[in-house]
Write a protein that binds this ligand. Structure first.
Ligand code: ANZ
Ligand code: ZN
Length: 769
């Protein structure tokens, strides 16, 4: 009788004892390297989610398959443990985040091991380990030294409930990505990373990546390259000009007004000439409180005309009015636009509302227009610099010392890591300062440059920092001298296959690419891109078809499933649910079917054990086996795990009807191993095999055995398909004609003797009449 509980506990114990050798990737090896990476989890208090199990099972299948084909496989795991989720949980439970993380990691590790994932635990890392974040800080300092990390006071997104600044990428439709609170605007001094300096390369290098088109598209749109021109509109009776950015210079003749963003500096400069100044001032004041998103959303357009000011259309010299409106953003293009209501939807809405002229003028080719009005070609990006500081406790301290004399000074490398001080109070202050600011002992230091009194930067890094480079630290996790040994880095990069959720398309995946490129530029890594192939796993929805959430009560707990059905059934079911990349609802009954499949394998296995050792396979059994080997191998390579499993099911069905030699049954067990490793390993040892299946050779199919001996010959009359007939593959034309012409249906259709018969061997026969 198949007992998952017994089998799985037994082998997990053996694996755990062996883990360091068993799944440990070799630093140097003659074998081909294969680096298969999971997006590491943040160890939340809720433990492993059924959604984690999908991606982690997929990568485990890949890792096990690659070990069996003889590759040197790197398959590591770690913890993304800084950041809001861990900290919010700590605050709620009133337990220090460090302790929370420790406990949660322990639970996560236990859970991952209970599902039988073959991680190289010797390389386990946590972003919160000072030995790890020492190097996160070191990378920050490289950015700082290159001028890619700077401080500036800017309007930022502020989450009132998480009490911290958010990056643009963390604001979804005006709401905090974490807690869904409406985001507020605040003017704050912040550390910012100059990701915009890499906009063109982040875009261009997408080209060579084997990533889902959808993710590439999302990154492209987020980077938002647009080509256009800067064109100057002179202001009547004044020196100053209004510069606009347009992607449609060809529409210039039809520009009937100009619009400035509310923050545009010209507005104040022209104050003395603006006749309705108080209206204008009131309007610009209001606009300050809206987020960029709100302003871009398709709501009722608002605006005020700058009375007393007119601009001149440089193409036709017509005088046109100047307006201020918040649908124009200050940080995009030139912070001002030429409005062409005939061709632009937003301008048309605005023109209709304020009764501005809509002119249908002919288009003039861009290049002529630009030359005539002395315009300047310009490429614009929507991408903004990355706001990098957080006013929270649970993050990497930013390794900067603030000195009145010297300004911002890098902490000397020998003093890294700047460790997070142990504190009692880690709740966010809410006054835009990190809780670290209150720890004067930690804050007050000597300036490394002038040795005068100075203070530490008290903001911390965002949770994305640690995940920007963790795939590098896995390569050389214990290195004390460098974040990775260059030789080792060259051996392993790029990551061959990276598996994770699509929700990281413009956050983690863009940030990590950016840091990687900076490291490439300073010669610290050898590839331009970190992740060569990306595979997205789809969401597992609740049984109700909705996203799983505690509040909906539709969350499925992997621990219970492992207990009840076993890890192998869980792994198989999650892979069998449908294509890896698609969203799929959980079917509580589904797993039972997979458990039954495993039981059937076990039962058939007992039959094989009972048969005389000398039993030979029937020809049919060998053919089925080899067909299955081919299909499962192809499917694993294409990440089609659901069809691989159904091929295994079909294979078993057929094998059950025949007799198979033990040596052939062994091959079938190997095929099961990446999917259901516990059962396969158990059966392997029951066959008297010594050792572990992990490094047994993957079966190879014999192409002669799977060649079809019969085919469907297509029957045509005058080129039209009229039917098909099952015949021997090597059938001759004469024999084919004879058989087909005996068919009554064909006989009636052939009213006369064919003028000609065209025969394509193995494919078709065509009667021309
Ligand atoms: C005239 C025009 C005519 C435009 C037309 C478009 C279509 P993308 O492609 O997204 O880059 N624009 C320029 N700066 C802006 C700002 N700061 N805030 C809001 N809108 C701005 O869009 C470029 C177009 O968006 C520009 O081209 C400009 O409108 C507007 F038939 O100029 B266009
Ligand atoms: Zn100083």
């Amino acid at each position: 009788m198949y007992s998952a509980q017994k089998i799985e506990k037994k082998w997990q114990k053996i694996w755990a004892r062996n883990a360091f050798k068993l799944w440990h990737a070799l630093g140097q090896s003659k074998q081909k390297k294969f680096y298969v990476l999971d997006m590491f989890p943040y160890p939340s208090g809720d433990g492993l989610h059924i959604g984690h199990v999908v991606g982690y099972t997929a990568s485990d299948i890949i890792a096990r398959y690659h070990r069996m084909i003889g590759d040197n496989v790197l398959h590591p795991m770690g913890w993304d443990a800084f950041g809001l989720p861990a900290e919010n949980y700590a605050i709620k439970k009133k337990i220090h985040p460090e302790i929370v993380v420790k406990n949660n990691v322990k639970n996560f590790r236990r859970q991952l091991q209970s599902v039988g994932f073959s991680y190289d635990w010797q390389r386990e890392i946590s972003t919160t380990d000072p030995e790890y974040y020492k190097w996160t800080q070191w990378i920050f300092l490289q950015l700082f030294k290159k001028g890619l990390a700077y401080e500036a006071e800017i309007p930022v997104n502020w989450c009132p409930s998480d009490k911290t600044v958010l990056a643009n990428e963390e604001v979804i439709d005006g709401h905090c990505e974490r807690c869904q609170s409406a985001v507020e605007r605040k003017q704050l001094k912040q550390w910012i990373l100059k990701i915009t300096a890499y906009a063109d390369r982040l875009l261009a290098d997408l080209e060579g990546l084997d990533w889902p088109e959808k993710v590439k598209e999302m990154q492209k749109n987020w980077i938002g390259k647009s080509e256009g021109a800067l064109i100057k509109f002179p202001i009547s009776d004044a020196q100053s000009k209004i510069e606009v950015f347009t992607t449609r210079p060809d529409t210039l003749d039809g520009a009937t007004y100009v619009v400035l963003a509310p923050e545009h500096s010209l507005i104040n400069q022209l104050q003395s000439r603006i006749k309705n100044w108080s209206d204008v001032q009131q309007y610009t004041q209001q606009a300050k409180n809206k987020s960029e998103r709100e302003r871009q959303e398709n709501k009722e357009k608002t605006g005020v005309e700058l009375k007393g000011i007119t601009a001149i259309n440089p193409f036709n010299k017509e005088k046109i009015p100047v307006w201020v409106s918040d649908y124009v953003l200050i940080h995009y293009g030139a912070g001002a636009i030429m409005a062409v209501p005939q061709h632009d939807e937003r301008d048309r809405e605005f023109a209709k509302k304020f009764q501005l002229p809509i002119l249908d003028r002919p288009l003039i080719p861009n290049d002529t227009v630009i030359t005539k009005v002395n315009g300047q070609k310009k490429i614009n990006y929507k991408l903004r610099d990355w706001i990098f500081s957080r006013q929270r406790y649970w993050g990497e301290p930013i390794p900067i010392i603030k000195c009145v004399q010297c300004g911002n000074v890098a902490v000397p490398e020998k003093d890294l890591p700047v460790t997070l001080p142990k504190v009692k109070n880690y709740e966010p202050t809410g006054n835009a300062e990190s809780p670290l600011a209150a720890i004067s002992k930690w804050v007050n230091v000597k300036c490394p440059q002038c040795h005068g009194p100075a203070q530490r930067e008290t903001n911390t890094m965002p949770q994305w920092a640690g995940s920007c480079w963790y795939y590098l630290r896995y390569l050389d996790p214990k290195n004390k001298k460098a974040f990775v040994n260059p030789q080792v880095e060259k051996n392993w990069l790029p990551v061959d296959t990276y598996i994770g959720g699509v929700e990281h398309a413009v956050l983690h995946l863009l940030y990590a690419r950016f840091w990687h490129k900076v490291l490439f530029d300073i010669g610290a890594v050898s590839t331009k891109e970190p992740f060569q192939k990306l595979v997205n796993q789809g969401l597992i929805l609740g049984p109700d078809g909705q996203k799983m959430s505690k509040s909906r009560g539709n969350v499925i707990n992997p621990d219970e499933l492992v207990q009840k059905f076993g890890a192998d059934s869980l792994r198989l079911y999650e892979m069998f649910m449908g294509p890896l990349e698609e969203a799929k609802p959980w079917d509580p009954k589904g797993i039972i079917g997979l458990e039954r499949f495993l039981k059937r394998i076990y039962t058939y296995h007992e039959k094989v054990l009972a048969q005389p050792k000398k039993t030979v396979s029937t020809a049919g059994a060998d053919k089925i086996l080899h067909k299955t080997i081919k299909k499962v191998t192809d499917d694993i390579q294409q990440f089609r795990f659901n069809t691989a499993i159904s091929a295994l099911m079909i294979g078993l069905n057929e094998i059950e009807k025949t007799t198979i030699a033990q040596s052939q049954w062994e091959q079938f067990i190997k095929l099961i191993f990446p999917f259901a490793p516990h059962l396969a390993q158990e059966l392997w040892s029951q066959l008297g095999k010594k050792g572990l299946l992990d490094y047994a050779a993957w079966p190879v199919y014999d192409s002669k055995l799977i060649q079809e001996t019969e085919i469907d010959l297509i029957i045509q009359i005058n080129g039209k398909v009229r039917g098909k007939i099952r015949v021997a593959k090597e059938i001759t034309q004469a024999e084919a004609e004879r058989i087909v012409l005996q068919d009554d249906r064909i006989k009636t259709m052939l009213s006369e003797k064919p003028k000609k018969v065209i025969f394509v061997s193995g494919r078709l026969i065509n009667f021309v009449i």
